[in-house]
Design a protein around this ligand. Structure first.
Ligand SMILES: C[S@@+](CC[C@H](N)C(=O)[O-])C[C@H]1O[C@@H](n2cnc3c(N)ncnc32)[C@H](O)[C@@H]1O
Length: 313
């Protein structure tokens, strides 16, 4: 399979939901292999696409892919939480459509050298940006037991976090944990039979937690999504695709904060200042993939799409 193969998730509902016009200014905060961006670019002949990714390989591939469609695009390397600040410095102060399709792409996950997956034996890495210093090896071999427990519990939502953190610290006191398979063995060694026999890989949650820590994914999501919503033009729309309950909970709550009045104390008069609400939820409930999409692309299984629109300035 092509090493750049990535099937864009919830492709049609995301693109349709953004209501692109010929002259739209569009931001793709998570360019990847330009699956979504290439179709967005083909919809905006008189507009402009600005896109960012941390990953140099994603940018190099996408630059060539997009150039076959048009020249009205500009790509940046960096963290999406900084994207709107970068654009403001370039004199771009708002966008008509913004897409966030968060997480890792298939080419990152399926390349054994990137050290993201427990399916391949490779050095612990998990960096989206290969020039960044912090990697999974450092987290696993240097973080304190308490810090490891915290991230495995909070980012991995794993009830066995304390056991796993203790096992990691014990194992690395003998010799460093170098590879993904060594980490899988350490995790398996401390889990009881009934946990090991639950559906799903026993290391999945810990790997997710370490990946989030290495790439600061939760902080990026909170800051990046908030800044992006504020960057929308009047009637501009933002679509966000998440891949698990933790990510979706954060997206849902941030969208709620923008679209609802803050609830008041029940002993106080209700807050009726509806004019202060400048945004509306386009999707009351998240859009999920059809059975057909899941069949064709099992990775889409847990995806959820939420869309928000600016209705006031
Ligand atoms: C799920 S993929 C996007 C796939 C893309 N929509 C497509 O169809 O090809 C997510 C991409 O976002 C990038 N990414 C994730 N978090 C990022 C961040 N905080 N800043 C910049 N890029 C990020 C990853 O490197 C990855 O390439």
């Amino acid at each position: 399979m092509d090493s750049n193969y990535h099937v864009p998730v919830l492709f049609k509902p995301a693109i349709d939901g953004l209501k692109l016009k010929d002259d739209s200014i569009v931001l793709d905060m998570t360019l990847g292999r330009a699956g979504h961006s290439s179709i967005m670019l083909s919809h905006i002949r008189k507009g402009h696409l600005y896109a960012i990714d941390k990953d140099e390989t994603a940018l190099n591939y996408s630059r060539e892919r997009l150039a076959k469609i048009g020249s009205n695009f500009t790509l940046f390397q960096g963290n999406y939480s900084e994207f709107t600040d970068i654009l403001r410095k370039e004199g771009i102060n708002e966008a008509d459509a913004i897409l966030l399709d968060i997480g890792v792409s298939s080419p990152q996950f399926d390349n054994p050298d990137r050290g993201f997956s427990y399916r391949f034996d490779s050095r612990l890495d998990m960096r989206m940006n290969c020039h960044q210093e912090l990697d999974a090896y450092y987290v696993v071999n240097n973080y304190t037991e308490d810090h490891l427990r915290k991230i495995i519990y909070e980012y991995g939502e794993d009830k066995s976090a304390a056991k796993i953190a203790r096992a990691i610290v014990k194992s690395r006191s003998i010799r460093p944990i170098e590879t993904t398979f060594e980490l899988v063995d350490v995790i398996k060694s401390c889990l009881p039979y009934f946990v090991l026999n639950k559906p799903g890989h026993p290391a999945k949650q810990t790997f997710q937690a370490i990946r989030y820590e290495v790439n600061q994914e939760i902080e990026e999501l909170k800051t990046g999504l908030t800044k992006a919503i504020n960057f929308l033009s009047l009637h501009g729309r933002l679509a966000i695709i998440t891949f698990n309950s933790l990510e979706d909970k954060i997206a849902k709550n941030i969208i709620k904060d923008f679209t609802q009045l803050p609830s008041t104390n029940r002993h106080m008069p209700p807050n009726l200042n509806v004019e202060s609400i400048k945004f509306t939820r386009v999707t009351k409930k998240p859009i999920i993939p059809t059975d057909e999409e899941i069949l064709n692309n099992p990775r889409s299984k847990s995806a959820k799409l939420r869309i928000i629109e600016r209705t006031g300035k």
